[in-house]
Design a protein around this ligand. Structure first.
Ligand code: PLP
Length: 404
């Protein structure tokens, strides 16, 4: 099943990070000893694979000839926990800094002790801007904010570093390239402003991307001719790492590739980068039983057994971030074998078909997606039409994150 890469991305998770620093399994069990059970040991959890994260950063760095990487960790660090990811990535020399959309994520990174540059891709008002600057968070600017920046710089007695966003055709945010001159000249002329970067975003329509690239190059060249320093130019998300080597510029700006997931399934077969998933979703079987012919499973009797068949119930539903489309073809790995998701996905449960034999039992670990071929996020995405962005970004921030 072909899923659109961006189908639901724009509605991405923007919930607060409740788990700041996720406890290690050791810390979790220690806490359980002193305070009693908080989570059921059957509850779903998210695993973060440290070594794979490191590997992916090195792989991206190799691909972009050691250009700096501005790691996009928005939407709760693509499901891993924004502070978790930043703490793991920060020590890597390839990582220049971080980009998030929500101001609260930027602030929580500073609260977590993150020191590398942070670029705020999302909106802010004047008070927000002052708070952001006070925490050394760089705004992405595309409206005439010169006076507001002057006011802040007058208080801090320091120029405000920022990145300018130019819209070359995505039509989302950014000053339209053909109207950029007055804004860029105004900002460049102010002592209060330090332009540290200039950026654009591709639509990821391969033909139109070429036109966007042409527009960006031409716009930047005209400012440089006027003697305006644009800082680091950047445009490349994960898609462009594969598709647009001419758009690597001075820095790249990937998200999904860092987490080891191919944003398009065709990239998996392209041998351009070896990406290893850095995130898994797991839980334990809570019930296994044999259905008789005619017995049903799920709301609306979505599944009716034709013969005697074993099914297993798993404590993972759409409220945890498991897609409602999973019964269209998703498989869950239990004891090394893949079993199809059946019936309907409810808020906190789903059901898998085991077959004629009782092959799983209560407490067995079930893997919804992980690092193995056949159950990677891309496999699941292909099987049931959920975009890989939904699989990670829609994971409930309430699920425990464990480092492996
Ligand atoms: C402005 C911007 N840059 C970079 C990215 C990273 O994209 P990806 O996760 O596809 O690499 C995103 C995410 O959608 C984005 O909005």
């Amino acid at each position: 099943m072909k899923s659109s890469r961006r189908s639901f991305l724009e509605a991405g998770l923007g919930l607060p990070v409740l788990l700041g620093a996720a406890p290690s399994p050791a810390a979790t069990s220690q806490a359980a000893e002193t305070t009693g059970s908080k989570d059921s040991s059957f509850d779903p959890w998210v695993e973060i694979h440290r070594e794979n994260l490191r590997h992916n950063v090195k792989e991206i760095s190799r691909r972009v000839a050691s250009r700096p990487i501005l790691a996009v960790i928005k939407n709760n660090g693509y499901g891993m926990g924004v502070a978790n990811v930043a703490r793991l990535l920060e020590p890597q020399p390839e990582i220049f800094g971080f980009a998030v959309v929500k101001l609260h994520e930027a602030i929580s990174l500073r609260d977590a002790g993150i020191r590398k540059p942070i670029l705020l891709l999302g909106p802010f008002d004047e008070k927000n801007l002052e708070d952001a600057v006070a925490r050394s968070v760089m705004p992405m600017v595309y409206t005439p904010l010169g006076q507001a920046i002057d006011n802040i710089a007058a208080k801090t007695q320091k120029p405000v570093p920022l990145h300018i966003c130019v819209d070359t055709g995505i039509g989302r945010v950014g000053v339209p390239y053909y109207q950029a001159a007055p804004l860029v000249r105004d900002l460049a002329a102010r002592k209060s402003v330090q332009i540290q970067g200039t950026m654009m975003t591709f639509t990821e329509d391969p033909d139109f991307d070429k036109e966007q690239l042409r527009r960006f190059n031409e716009t930047c060249a005209s400012f440089e001719k006027e003697g305006i320093s644009l800082g680091k130019r950047h445009a490349a998300s994960s898609f462009s790492l594969f598709q647009h080597p001419h758009a690597f510029f001075d820095m790249v700006r990937p998200g999904m590739a860092i987490y080891g997931i191919y944003s398009e399934n065709e990239f998996r077969r392209a041998s351009i980068m070896d990406l290893r998933p850095a995130i898994s979703l797991k839980a334990r079987v809570i019930y296994a039983k044999k259905l008789r012919p005619g017995d049903s499973a799920g709301y609306n009797r979505a599944y009716v057994a034709k013969d005697d068949v074993w099914v297993a119930t798993l404590p993972v539903g759409h409220a945890d971030g498991w897609p409602r489309t999973a019964p269209k073809g998703a498989k869950v790995r239990i004891n090394g074998d893949l079993y199809p998701v059946i019936a309907s996905v409810s808020a906190s449960h789903c059901i898998v078909e085991i077959g004629r034999e009782e092959r799983v039992k209560i407490g067995d670990v079930a893997t919804f997606f992980d690092t193995q071929p056949g159950s990677r996020p891309e496999d699941l995405s292909e099987a049931c039409g959920a975009s890989v962005y939904d699989l990670t970004m829609h994971l409930s921030p309430l699920l425990p994150r464990r480092f492996v």
